[in-house]
Design a protein around this ligand. Structure first.
Ligand code: NAP
Ligand code: F7E
Length: 322
């Protein structure tokens, strides 16, 4: 029997690698979209390279996207590629808009031109809520993004809804709150902390310089969140969902627990460095996942404390390898 085909953009990223594993287990033929690079960056998908097909295209290049969709003829497309680091979006706002906002339209145009029956998932984000007027955030909370990244994602969110309403394309937007894992990039706060904790424990680093310790986020495990992406595309009707844990914790709390996990006192190592403050901060986020729980039967399996321990342990193991 012919296997169902899916295209995953951003397959070399954190979520792309977990989603590819998940879809392979479900029996899909997985096509990962990668952009041309002078050196390979396949660390996160190294262990499944033999099971994947990689196709080359770029979010900036419309024709390359149309060509891969024509060639693969997938039943589902997961659009996970973007410039996803908030501080970089302040430094490179135009490029962030090209990737993270217009890139979505280029993907949707390819669906519209090649085959309107393709189901499309857009990776929306809690950063669209930004300065939220209430907590927890729901699908009706007004959007007030606080960075060029958040603004670009609002565009991606609405263009997805617009193609659904205009062309009857099965396009859904998953508004995912922060999700982390041992595969998280080291510039993001959780991995920056767990990598430093492991280095300090092993005597390879002396201090950890951080920005705003009071920022609060609703942190979950990436492996749980990619399951929700797939579930959203299996429903009879396309709808948007919030994926979150419903719990919020501060950066300070994350650091405390991570250091305590290896028997260290965070206060001795963490130094506040204002150079990590952002021009505009998102102070606190907490999502309401009740619709995903009710309609998708989705539930996170990894708790906040389990996530912190998992990431510290993974970094200790990684750094201890000969
Ligand atoms: P990530 O680790 O930063 O991965 C981003 C991916 O996008 C990488 O594979 C990157 O490829 C690719 N990419 C960037 N620019 C591209 C271009 N011009 N053409 C083709 N590919 C390009 O991000 P993530 O954490 O896995 O997040 C996945 C998606 O969910 C992103 O859209 C992110 O904005 C969104 N999101 C993330 C979270 C979260 O907490 N993780 C929450 C909500 C939404 P290279 O390897 O070549 O750079
Ligand atoms: O920051 C504070 C910082 O960079 C979290 C992306 O995946 O999730 C991510 O965006 C908080 C912020 O993630 C440092 O000010 C303090 O308040 O880990 P982060 P983010 O900005 O929430 C959303 C959902 C996405 O969609 C994005 O793609 O931590 N913070 N000190 C710091 N943050 C960093 N990176 N480094 C610090 O030293």
């Amino acid at each position: 029997m012919k296997r169902r085909r899916a295209i995953v953009t951003g397959i070399t990223g954190q979520d792309g690698s977990y989603l590819a594993e998940f879809l392979l287990e479900k029996g899909y033929q997985v096509y990962g979209m990668v952009r041309r690079s002078s050196s390979e960056n396949f660390e996160r998908i190294q262990h499944i390279m033999g099971d994947l097909e990689l196709v080359q295209a770029d979010l900036l290049d419309q024709l390359s996207i149309i060509n891969i969709v024509k060639k693969v003829r997938p039943v589902e497309i997961y659009n996970l590629a973007s410039q996803s680091f908030v501080p970089t979006s302040f430094e490179q706002p135009v490029l962030t808009g090209e990737f993270t906002a217009l890139g979505v339209t280029r993907m949707l145009e390819a669906v519209k031109l090649v085959d309107r029956s393709i189901r499309f998932y857009q990776a929306s984000t809690s950063e669209m809520f930004g300065m939220a007027p209430h907590s927890p955030q729901t699908l009706t909370t007004p959007l007030h993004p606080r960075s060029p990244y958040g603004v670009a994602k609002v565009y991606g969110h609405w263009i997805t809804i617009n193609y659904r309403e205009s062309y009857k394309i099965y396009a859904v937007s998953g508004i995912l709150f922060n999700h982390e894992s041992p595969r998280r990039g080291k510039e993001f706060i959780t991995r920056k902390i767990t990598d430093a904790v492991a280095r300090i424990k092993l005597g390879r680093q002396k201090e950890l310089r951080l920005g705003n310790l009071e920022a609060k986020r609703d942190w979950g495990f990436a492996g749980d969140y990619v399951r929700a992406m797939w579930m959203m595309l299996q429903k009879p009707r396309p709808e948007d969902y919030i994926v979150a844990t419903g719990e919020s914790h501060s950066v300070r709390e994350f650091a405390q627990i991570a250091f305590r996990h290896v028997g260290l006192d965070w206060k001795k190592y963490v130094v506040v460095d204002p150079s990590f403050y952002r021009p505009a901060e998102v102070h606190t986020l907490c999502g309401d996942p009740s619709k995903a729980k009710r309609k998708l039967k989705w539930n996170p399996k990894v708790s906040f404390r389990e996530l912190v321990s998992m990431m510290v342990d993974a970094d200790l193991e990684l750094l201890s390898k000969p």
